[in-house]
Design a protein around this ligand. Structure first.
Ligand code: 9MR
Length: 628
């Protein structure tokens, strides 16, 4: 033994070595919020929190360990909420420092809120990212999308005709732009703004539009709305997606210049579009009334198309291999659109549609790109002055059915995470974030801490309180994701990935085990079925519909705890759109036909022109009545 080793050995002999392992939020705890860490192999031991000077400021005896099935282990959930002086603390068990630094701050979630929203800027298509805003992640413009071809699946001539549909956000690790996924994503971000205006009106995201008198979050969302608006066909239907025929390689966006196509036109995209445009019409009216009004009209036009083409479901064409986004539950999309349109018009035809479609206490299901039931529940429950009492009650019942189940799942849960084995499939972190969104609504409606606390538990899970000790948000935490399935991060030559991206997270199905040549789920508990490798599109891809609920969750909690304000219905925009022709809940009297129909929009009037086989034309209003 040399002298150096001898010193180390004798020092070790003098200290008490704990076998404990700590799993914790690696980014920060809000001063006024719940603070918990999960500690394995420490039951009955004292967990000591020391300040920066080394003074012990709080000692908590680790309680009895409890299992959390997805982790395949038991842990003691150590609560140190009473430590509420901002600062950086270290954790000790006996003489040994364990875990990572504990950061307590009044604005602990502000950095991640900005980071998660800035991701959308980094995903912008059709523009160069300047160093001033993107730092080392500055890059050339990719995909102008001004000369996009019509795929035969759109019903258009495929010759040389093109459509211009620039801007928008790249969906995920790929460069596709998909209307279905833009639906829930854009709605979620608009709700984040609408429910927390006081906080987001001044939050600076350092984007090119910062300082233009429009809140930055709305400027960022507008980038995608402008693209969505361009995806509406002249007849009101909305193209399903804008992509190349096959996925590009792992290259920078400007390097892939393969022809892009608008592909398909169907009810899934059209309903999603209608709901988002209706909400946008309300939110943008104080800033750009012409744009807001065009959103409202586009929404009505889309709804009409969707009602008259009920069987136009998108099917992936044989020559296309990009994301499918097929199989949305369309009755939930109809309800959502009618709720959004009723909110901005007060037109009974939309509330009648809600009832015709049986807006009842159907089985509550967590929102996702394919199921929108909770989206209208959120809208209806938070607008009691607009909707019928019975509908508001139904909406609340749906929210509490889910939220109470999540809270119940925390009973005797050693990690304090409202996730079960069934939640660990493709995009499991979006399950966590979307559950958080449900819980925040339950909190807004009741102000009961149990809902806010359960939501904080989900944030802690994604930021490190998980059995892999992993922060699933790139660029944040001690042990963050480093190799996401994200073309830009793989191709930019920079070691650290673009920051602020939420990885899809553990996936017990490991759908990509073949591609990765590694079954990372085999023999692992669900919450460990994860592979931090760019090959792993099924456990480590990023996506706009995962970042949006994460931004919603952390942004809402930051706003609630720093401003004390939650959804204020009186601050809602007073814009109403009573000049729109609305549509009957019933089927129109004429036979819906795809070919030969044209919607004519003139000022506020919308009419249908139907060309018969012999070339004669007939005109109908939106109720299906003959005009002439
Ligand atoms: O998020 C989608 C997930 O629910 C599906 O199971 C999966 C397979 O269809 O597709 C995911 O969405 C991907 C999309 O198809 C293409 N862009 C990347 C998306 C995230 O992986």
């Amino acid at each position: 033994m040399n002298f150096k080793n001898f010193i180390v050995a004798s020092a070790c002999a003098a200290v008490t070595v704990s076998a404990a392992t700590v799993y914790q939020n690696q980014v920060g705890f809000l001063t006024g919020g719940l603070k918990q860490i999960a500690v394995v192999d420490a039951a009955g031991e004292d967990v000591i929190f020391k300040d920066a000077e080394g003074n012990a400021v709080l000692t908590v005896t680790a309680p009895e360990a409890q299992p959390w099935e997805p982790a395949g282990k038991s842990a003691s959930l150590v609560d140190f909420t009473e430590l509420n002086v901002p600062g950086t603390y270290s954790i000790f068990i006996g003489d040994e420092e364990v875990g990572h630094p504990v950061i307590i701050d009044d604005n602990a979630y502000e950095g991640i809120t900005k980071g998660a929203l800035k991701f959308f800027y980094f995903q912008r298509a059709s523009t160069a990212l300047e160093e001033e805003y993107a730092g080392i992640y500055a890059r050339a413009a990719g995909h102008p999308d001004t000369s996009v071809k019509y795929h035969a699946s759109t019903g258009h001539e495929t010759t040389d005709s093109t459509i211009s549909a620039p801007k928008g956000w790249y969906d995920a690790g790929d460069y596709g732009k998909y209307i279905v996924n833009s639906g829930i994503t854009t709605y979620t971000l608009l709700q984040l703004y609408q429910q927390n205006k006081a906080y987001f009106d001044t939050l600076n995201l350092n984007i090119p539009e910062s300082g233009n008198d429009v809140p930055d979050i709305l400027d960022e969302i507008r980038w995608n709305l402008d693209w969505m608006a361009a995806m509406q066909d002249t007849d009101g239907g909305v193209f399903h997606k804008l992509t190349t025929k096959q996925f590009a390689g792992m290259v920078m966006p400007e390097k892939t210049t393969t022809q892009r196509f608008v592909i398909g036109k169907g009810v899934e995209a059209t309903w999603n579009f209608a709901a988002v445009m209706a909400l946008a019409a309300d939110i943008y009216s104080p800033y750009d009334s012409a744009f807001a009004s065009s959103c409202a009209k586009a929404a009505v036009k889309a709804r009409w198309w969707a009602y008259t083409h009920p069987s136009a479901a998108f099917e992936q064409p044989k020559d296309v291999g990009t994301g499918t986004y097929t199989g949305s539950i369309t009755w939930t999309l109809k309800l959502w659109t009618n709720a959004e349109l009723y909110r901005i018009t007060g037109d009974k035809v939309f509330s009648d549609s809600l009832h015709t479609l049986k807006y009842t206490r159907k089985k509550a299901t967590l929102q996702s790109w394919s199921n929108s039931l909770m989206l209208e529940a959120f809208t209806i429950a938070t607008n009691p002055e607009v909707f019928d009492e019975a509908d508001v009650d139904t909406a609340k019942a749906l929210i509490f059915t889910l939220a109470d189940a999540y809270v119940a799942s925390l009973e005797k849960n050693g990690f304090g995470v409202a996730m079960t084995n069934n939640d660990f499939y493709w995009g499991s972190n979006s399950m966590a974030a979307n559950k958080g969104m449900v819980l925040i609504h339950a909190y807004i409606l009741t102000k009961e801490d149990k809902y806010l606390n359960a939501a904080i538990g989900l944030v802690d899970y994604m930021l490190g309180r998980n059995p892999l000790d992993k922060s699933y948000l790139t660029g944040f935490g001690v042990n963050p994701v480093m190799n996401p399935h994200h073309r830009i991060s793989q191709a930019d030559g920079i070691e650290a990935p673009v920051p602020g991206m939420l990885s899809g997270g553990p996936n017990a199905t490991a759908n990509d085990a073949g591609t990765c040549k590694q079954d990372y789920a085999k023999g692992k508990p669900p919450a460990e079925a994860y592979y931090d490798n760019a090959c792993s599109f099924a456990s480590n891809e990023v996506a706009i519909n995962w970042n949006a609920p994460f931004a919603y969750l952390v942004g809402s909690i930051q706003a609630i705890l720093s401003t004390g304000k939650t959804y204020d219905t009186s601050s809602k925009s007073k814009a109403t759109y009573n000049d729109l022709e609305s549509i009957p809940a019933k089927k129109p009297l004429f036979k819906p036909a795809a070919a030969g129909n044209r919607l004519i929009v003139k000022g506020n009037s919308i009419r249908l022109e139907r060309t018969a086989a012999d070339g004669t034309k007939k005109y109908f209003d939106l109720r299906g009545k003959t005009i002439r």
